[in-house]
Design a protein around this ligand. Structure first.
Ligand SMILES: [Zn+2]
Ligand SMILES: [Zn+2]
Length: 387
């Protein structure tokens, strides 16, 4: 496919502004990049955070959000180094976050620990020169201008009909017919499932609490259920989501909008006074993080996996933390190496142990706003747009 290429993308022009389908031009492809025709993209809360201006000075506008893309390769740069995947034009691919490929964690196949993770994924521009592969097209009759647009959010900016993506984002999908279903593997699903399967690895007699029943929380719950974890406690404020969580593997549900006492007390009651061996916070809300730490059992591990405002502070009972040998970790993207982990999750789904079809719904791109409001009110856990 020849570049430059005129196409369209959902551009956010100013912080807090709407997603507007806008003409753009894809200008060029570097040797280490891949042009993908996007077929689907999941919507993640991080896209809304980006739209709202939450990234602050890290991201300039205009910007194209989206980081759970799935589509077809239409052009491959001349120096794609990951020969192991032998990426070719026409391949169906899932997109995940970007990684530099050359730092120590990357060389050890630990992309989620890449030392360049933040600049590569959150700024929306190429490294190291800060350039962009695309521009917003404006024309008033005879006059035509091209304004650079941040088009590599998480290396991919998947809210676009075509996107130039970073080579390390790309994971081949052996099931082209399932691109819609698998699009969110690259962020939400691997974040929740990876925290359970790569880090916590609960044994069947152990217990897990998951705060927040969004797509990340559901992925964690389904992964814990796949390991036959004895008790899986889902915590949220939307009854409809908790009911679904019970269907998909949670053994207990706590609706914090309905209980009279504290959630920590509830969790202790459910676990014979002990607390849980593992707790996960997907909400990023400081007070919820405190609850997560307080509900841990002796020797328990808690993981923060939801984005929290950088200035957020919490109070920790350090003495109890020390005496009871607790651990608190931050986990990005489920500590996963997508080229290895996403195929594992696909296998888990094919075995019927990761029933993501029960939490996602596909919307035409024209219905983006409805998809977002369905996600916000809990009608749908994971909306996916179709181009
Ligand atoms: Zn790296
Ligand atoms: Zn995400």
């Amino acid at each position: 496919m020849q570049l430059p290429l005129e196409t369209e993308a959902l551009v956010v022009h100013t912080p807090g502004g709407p997603f507007e389908m806008t003409p753009i031009v894809i200008q060029n492809l570097r040797p280490d990049e891949i042009l993908v025709e996007m077929k689907y993209s999941g919507i993640c809360h991080t896209d809304l955070w980006l739209q709202s201006g939450g990234a602050g000075p890290l991201v300039k506008f205009p910007v194209i959000p989206g980081h759970e893309g799935a589509g077809i390769i239409r052009a491959v740069g001349s120096a794609i180094t990951r020969d192991s995947q032998s990426l070719r034009v026409g391949d169906a691919v899932l997109l995940s976050f970007a990684a530099c490929g050359s730092c120590v964690p990357c060389r050890e196949d630990q992309f989620s620990r890449c030392t360049e993770f933040t600049p590569l994924n959150l700024t929306g521009v190429r490294r190291p020169d800060g350039s962009s592969p695309a521009a917003v097209l404006l024309s008033d009759g005879s006059h035509r201008t091209e304004t650079p647009v941040r088009a590599q959010f998480f290396g991919q900016s998947s809210f676009s009909r075509y996107s130039v993506v970073h080579e390390h984002c790309v994971v081949k999908c052996p099931y082209p017919e399932d691109l819609a279903l698998y699009a969110p593997m690259g962020c939400g699903y691997q974040t929740g499932a990876g925290t359970i399967l790569n880090i916590m690895k609960p044994r069947p007699e152990q217990t897990v609490a998951v705060f927040g029943a969004g797509s990340v929380g559901f992925a964690a719950i389904m992964a814990a259920a796949a390991l036959s974890t004895k008790q899986i406690v889902a915590i949220d404020i939307v009854g409809q989501k908790l009911a679904l969580a019970r269907e998909l593997g949670a053994t207990h549900a706590i609706n914090t909008a309905e209980i009279s006492g504290g959630v920590v007390e509830e969790i202790r009651n459910l676990t014979g006074g002990k607390g849980v061996d593992f707790a996960i916070d997907t909400t990023g809300v400081a007070s919820v993080v405190e609850q997560m730490l307080d509900c841990l059992a002796y020797g328990g591990t808690a993981a923060s996996i939801g984005a929290t405002p950088r200035e957020a502070k919490i109070t920790v009972d350090v003495g109890a933390f020390f005496a009871e040998k607790k651990t608190w970790i931050g986990v990005a993207e489920g500590d996963s190496h997508p080229p290895k982990f996403i195929p594992e999750l696909i296998n888990l789904h094919k075995q019927g142990k990761f029933p993501i079809e029960s939490i996602s719904k596909v919307y035409p791109v024209a219905d983006l706003e409805r998809a977002i409001s369905d996600m916000k009110d809990g009608t749908v856990i994971k909306p996916i747009i179709r181009f």
